[in-house]
Write a protein that binds this ligand. Structure first.
Ligand SMILES: [Zn+2]
Length: 255
């Protein structure tokens, strides 16, 4: 549940790069160009080394138990989504909270773009808000979903004629739901409903914004549909990516 403090401080500060965020792409959404991504993360943490090829504290969040759990999650995401992006933490501007992705950056050993996770957002989730630590998993899956969209060339196909990105965002929510369903299959106590509620809470009604992500109902339903593809249907990732694309393509702007 969102705390009163969050509601007061964060009306326009949400995970997954909401409209009006300082970090938003000029084109809207949480998918950035290489230049936008570099500007945003300049001077922040080094890459998070989730392949366990070494243990360098500078590359970690500062919490060893969390770092280990995050590395395991990112490795599972890499395996499921079949991508290997760079990953890093960064400090958002002011009190904003965010996570962003790009497909345009290539590191030699991380060929599939990059994801940056905001420390303000992480801090709030470590306090149990916005889905808590399970919510971190959903945000990572959403951002990895954007990288796959870019890699597979579907991103442009879901941008509306007026340049809005909400269908891409709902597709990424669907893929996050798919991953949450896998987690639930692995561990029946995984709080999938709370995670879906956290994404639901991030819906917006900025219908005219290019960065509109979808309403609460649309975002919550996209997560639920993706969840059912893995948890109920045992669909492969490729099947879920395709059905999620068609699902997002069919969504009309609510307002
Ligand atoms: Zn997004």
């Amino acid at each position: 549940m969102l705390s009163r403090r969050h509601i007061l401080a964060g009306l326009c500060s949400c995970a997954f790069c909401q409209p009006g965020q300082a970090e938003s792409s000029a084109k809207g959404g949480c998918y950035l160009t290489a230049d936008e991504f570099k500007t945003l993360t300049d001077g922040s943490k080094e890459s998070f080394d989730y392949a366990f090829s070494g243990f360098d504290k500078r590359r970690r969040s500062g919490d060893p138990d969390f770092d280990k759990a995050l590395a395991i999650t990112l490795l599972k995401l890499t395996d499921t989504f079949q991508i290997l992006p760079d990953f890093m933490f960064y400090q958002e501007k002011g009190s904003s909270m965010n996570a962003v992705a790009t497909g345009s950056i290539e590191r030699r050993d991380r060929p599939d773009g990059a994801v940056a996770y905001g420390l303000n957002l992480l801090g709030l989730q470590k306090q149990g808000e916005l889905g808590g630590i399970p919510g971190v998993i959903a945000v990572c899956a959403h951002e990895f979903g954007h990288v796959v969209q870019m890699k597979r060339g579907t991103r442009a196909k879901l941008v509306t004629a007026s340049g809005q990105v909400y269908r891409n965002e709902l597709h990424a929510d669907y893929l996050a739901g798919y991953f949450v369903g896998l987690k639930k299959l692995e561990n029946t106590t995984f709080p999938a409903a709370e995670v879906a509620l956290a994404v639901y809470s991030l819906g917006d009604s900025s219908f005219e914004s290019r960065g509109h992500h979808g309403t609460r109902e649309q975002r919550g339903e996209a997560v639920r549909q993706g969840f059912l593809r893995s948890h109920r249907d045992h669909a492969s990732f490729d099947e879920a990516f395709e059905s999620g694309f068609k699902y997002a393509q069919s969504i009309k702007r609510a307002g």
